[in-house]
Design a protein around this ligand. Structure first.
Ligand code: NAI
Length: 304
């Protein structure tokens, strides 16, 4: 067994921590010595209403365990206020777990602007606001850990979730860029796509599956990614029911056409089998990996 992961003297913000995954994360960080900001708006799974009790109940649970926590009931859209709670009570912020979420599932044909906007406001704008407010503190102290919560629906698509899918995969792009910008300041940013029983999934998945999908089986990955020992940054992990795996991009070798000659769609069709052939594929990781083949095809030596 490796050394125990501890968060003594670390301040952890968990958004949407009044229930489900967030509650599980908040309790575990507190058990491991963190001072926790338990944020939750306390709204419905569709984003309506507001009940301050959700966050306070989890704070009570943490205190009953002998831990340290404070409640915050702002929406993640007011990220500054959440970070302000951390700074006022505990003087710093070391870890942000962007977890708060809602669903507005409906087929694309029936989707309204409100369905689209609300999902993006909570998931992408909310994650941006909380992280943006914490960022200067993390930069200043030369330390930070951020975990964003994506979804399989974002990675693979899912019927009725065009709004949610686009927001969730957006958080992966957000993770990649913040990982690059945070690297010089020891800010590690990673992303999870969880599967767990919660009010968001209990109506969708069969009861026997729900019984095995304990949020507590997702939290250990989040704790690991938020730890001082965490080395990787910008990565995406799938996690659920005790299964944890890492995802990466795969790209075919592709086909190079002469950039000086006219390129017709028929030539693309003729080369199609090779364009989509994953034999001898590559695993691109950086923006340079997408620019290099383009530069190479132009015969230009890249100075990236
Ligand atoms: P949940 O509904 O149990 O918990 C989400 C919490 O976020 C709720 O307590 C809710 O009040 C809070 N919240 C909603 N809007 C908020 C806002 N504007 N500001 C602050 N808090 C807000 O759901 P669950 O399943 O625990 O979801 C946690 C995260 O995991 C979400 O981002 C969800 O999209 C994501 N996720 C969950 C999956 C699952 O299988 N449960 C699958 C993929 C992603």
């Amino acid at each position: 067994m490796s050394e125990q992961i501890r968060f003594d003297n670390r301040v952890v913000i968990v958004t949407g921590a009044g229930a489900g995954l967030g509650r599980s994360h908040a309790l575990e960080f507190a058990r491991r010595g963190a001072k926790v900001v338990v944020n939750d708006l306390g709204g419905s799974g569709h984003g309506e209403g507001n009940c301050v009790k959700a966050a306070e109940q989890v704070v009570d649970e943490i205190i009953a365990l002998g831990g340290i926590a404070v409640a915050n009931c702002d929406s993640v859209e007011q990220g500054e206020a959440i970070v302000q709670t951390a700074v006022e009570h505990f003087g710093r912020v070391d870890v942000v777990i962007n977890n708060a979420g809602i669903l507005r599932d409906t087929s694309f044909q029936k989707m309204t602007d409100q369905d689209w906007e609300l999902i993006h406001r909570v998931h992408t704008f909310g994650s941006y606001k909380v992280t943006h407010a914490a960022w200067p503190y993390m930069r200043e102290q030369g330390y930070g850990r951020i975990i964003n919560t994506a979804s399989g629906a974002g990675i693979y698509g899912n019927f009725g979730q065009a709004n949610y899918s686009s927001a969730k995969l957006g958080l992966y792009g957000f993770t990649r860029t913040l990982a690059i910008e945070g690297a010089p300041k020891n800010i590690k940013v990673n992303c999870i796509a969880p599967v767990a029983a919660s009010r968001l999934t209990e109506a969708i998945l069969p009861a026997e599956v729900i019984a095995g999908l304990k949020p507590e089986l997702v939290t250990p990955l989040v704790v690991k990614l938020a730890s001082e020992q965490q080395a990787e940054t910008g990565e995406l992990f799938e996690v659920g029911a005790g299964w944890i795996a890492k995802l990466r991009w795969e790209r075919s070798r592709g086909v190079k056409f002469d950039p000086q000659a006219p390129l017709g769609a028929e030539a693309v069709v003729a080369a199609w089998a090779d364009i989509i052939d994953f034999t001898d594929s590559e695993y691109p990781q950086t923006i340079q990996d997408t620019l290099l083949p383009v530069f190479n095809n132009l015969g230009i030596e890249p100075s990236l």
